[in-house]
Ligand binder design. Structure first.
Ligand code: ARG
Length: 635
């Protein structure tokens, strides 16, 4: 790490995040601002009727992921040389099964001599059940998606139409008729369209007239299988989802409507039904094109999108051998760690500076004792988490799961410009936010937003405050290779010591009492850069990291003598999951007995997600006296 990286972080955050927002600014979907998103900018703004993208024959043929080059579960070259092995040797106090080293629902059994054994559910194998089935091998499903099944042969090919089962290598356009519910299949070269009977829609006329969701769609059991941008949903049992580290069946605990299908669902308390989809090798998700029952409108493919039937009747096509696979280069591997949760950019928030309009949510907020108005009644208690949906290294954060996460935003002093996100922060008391020292910029007005997940949407759960005073640690120091005492306190503007109101979505994190143990699993979060978007994510993401032993992290090949006692490393030495530019100042929290304690603040790192270059965090325990001296006595 050198100073350039640090400045680069701030440069990216201040300059590029706003630029990115501007780029998205004019897009709007029908449902709500929240849906105003396209991670790859391929769809045009939608006004009224859906100008919907849909996968055509040529797209399928040109998709390098499908066919010979793609669709492999794992290459066969996996070995047992796990660079995180040392961590398991450091876990004595908690036992070798805590945290559970067994993946894929493996059951851990303690053994003598620092050993453990994983009982792996079929068909997983390996010391930690990390080796998945190799059923979905390269090219097995030709032009189709390989899904995992629980019975032999443990996979099934779901062909992309017009490619045909069993192996999706031959294609036949309208024979058999892929259109459901009496839809008419109209040939269009190698492609087809379904002309649906009135009331039916969807690419295969498979969506019935009463297909709609109530409330947030948790109870939705309809058959829409396309996103609002026209991407085809992946099957929930797609090996592609499982390969990326998400196991929907295990992650979603309730009877949530998931199954071996690709219909949109809302198992995790999101806003509306959603689904995973794929772009190249990237696993993404988006909201679905499902009707809201209360709106009473019919979504789906607009009639105008269906080409008129050809003048002469289209001859029925025999099953043809598929054209030869195009020799396409493999897509580049993702470079950075945390992928985005596709989330909507919004026209930048007007800069409200007032106290929240929302009254505190009574639901689970315990009453604040009036004699201690400046202190929250609790700390470190998030909303109970329904699910964790893992997308690459990053996780989609459900509402209320990280209620102490703050977005720190700036604009030039006394200007009327829009505030821009530059850093994260952690709410520790009603009027106090912890952040990184390097996030405090002189010459800027600062505000913090808490209680929201999306940076570019005005969410009713949000609370916004001006920063009245920023106190940077007196010994804050930047060197060409690192940042020392990278911590600051932000005092928020409030009335009589009350600033943030404690709600379901806004709560303080607890300050630590004792030291950390190496190898512990903790959570980092933020809106910073991801492998998908160097400009940052619009939706709050979280990831799990392991606390790395200080001596280990001070080895020459890692950070050498750069680390001091006010810093610690966390991440995965093999690379991958990490915080990144724009996450600085945000929390690293660890859960102790159902309470979330802030142990670290995102500070610096040599790039992001690089092997042997984990994230470096300001060690909150080291600064406890400093924090107390600044916060006590003033409100
Ligand atoms: N300096 C960055 C920021 O200001 C944080 C970088 C964290 N880097 C890492 N590899 N964990 O947002």
């Amino acid at each position: 790490m050198n100073l350039k990286i640090l400045f680069f972080c701030l440069f990216l955050a201040v300059i590029l995040i706003p630029a990115e927002m501007k780029r998205h600014k004019h897009k709007k979907h029908r449902h709500s601002d929240r849906h105003d998103h396209d991670p790859h900018e391929i769809s045009s703004p939608k006004h009224g009727k859906h100008a919907k993208k849909r996968e055509r024959f040529d797209d399928i043929m040109n998709d390098p992921f499908l066919g010979i080059l793609g669709d492999s579960l794992d290459d066969d070259d996996d070995d047992d040389d796990d660079p995180s092995e040392w961590l398991f040797d450091l876990q004595e106090p908690a036992g070798h099964c805590n945290p559970n080293p067994c993946q894929n629902n493996g059951v851990c059994k303690e053994k003598r001599q620092k050993k453990f054994k994983c009982d792996c559910p079929k068909p997983f194998k390996g010391r930690r059940c990390e080796k998945g089935p190799k059923f979905c091998k390269k090219g097995l499903c030709g032009r189709g998606e390989c899904v995992l099944t629980s019975t032999a042969p443990f996979y099934e090919c779901k062909c992309k139409h017009p490619f045909q089962p069993p192996n999706c290598r031959t294609y036949s356009v309208c024979e058999p008729n892929p259109c459901k519910n009496g839809g008419q299949c109209v040939k269009d070269g190698n492609d087809f369209d379904c002309v649906c009977p009135p009331g039916f829609n969807g690419r295969f006329c498979h969506v019935g007239p009463n297909d709609c969701y109530e409330d947030d769609g948790e109870s939705y059991r309809g058959t829409v299988s396309e996103t609002i941008d026209g991407d085809e949903c992946l099957y929930w049992n797609s090996h592609f989802i499982l390969e990326k580290g998400t196991d929907p069946f295990n992650s979603f605990e309730d009877s949530d409507g998931l199954g071996p299908h690709n219909f949109c669902r809302n198992p995790d308390g999101d806003l509306t039904p959603w689904c995973f989809f794929r772009r190249g090798r990237k696993l993404l998700w988006n909201y679905c094109d499902v009707n809201d029952c209360s709106e009473g409108t019919i979504h789906g493919i607009a009639p105008s999108a269906i080409p008129a039937p050809p003048a002469s009747p289209a001859p029925l096509e025999p099953a043809l051998p598929a054209p030869p696979e195009p020799a396409l280069p493999a897509p580049p591997e993702p470079a950075l760690p945390i992928p985005p949760k596709p989330a909507p950019p919004k026209p930048a928030t007007p800069a409200p500076t007032q106290k929240p309009v929302e009254p505190p949510q009574p639901s689970d907020a315990s009453p604040t004792p009036t004699s201690f108005l400046k202190t929250f009644s609790t700390c470190g208690k998030p909303q109970p988490k329904k699910v964790i949906t893992r997308i690459f290294g990053g996780l989609k954060v459900p509402p209320g799961a990280l209620p102490w996460q703050v977005s720190l935003q700036v604009r030039p002093k006394r200007s009327t410009r829009l505030f821009k996100h530059i850093c994260g922060g952690v709410l520790i008391e009603s009027c106090w936010v912890l952040t990184a020292g390097h996030c405090v910029e002189r010459g800027y007005d600062m505000q913090v937003i808490m209680g929201g997940l999306s940076l570019d949407t005005d969410e009713p759960t949000e609370q916004i405050f001006n920063v009245e005073e920023a106190i940077v640690h007196e010994n804050y120091r930047e060197t060409p290779v690192s940042v020392h005492n990278d911590i600051a306190l932000l005092r928020l503007e409030g009335d009589d010591g009350v600033c943030a109101n404690e709600t379901q979505f806004v709560k303080a994190a607890c300050l630590p009492e004792g030291p950390l143990s190496d190898g512990e699993e903790c959570t980092i979060s933020g809106w910073g850069a991801t492998e998908e978007s160097e400009y940052g994510s619009n939706h709050l993401l979280e990831a799990n990291v392991l606390l790395i032993n200080q001596e280990k992290c001070s080895e020459d090949k890692i950070y050498g003598s750069t680390l001091d006692n006010g810093m610690f490393c966390a991440g995965h030495l093999q690379g991958g999951v990490d915080s990144c530019q724009g996450d600085s100042g945000g929390p690293l929290t660890c859960e102790h007995g159902n309470t979330h304690v802030v142990y670290g603040l995102v500070s610096w790192g040599d790039q992001c997600g690089k092997k042997n270059k984990p994230g470096v965090y300001s060690r909150v325990t080291h600064f406890l006296d400093w924090i107390k001296s600044k916060t006590q006595g003033s409100s």
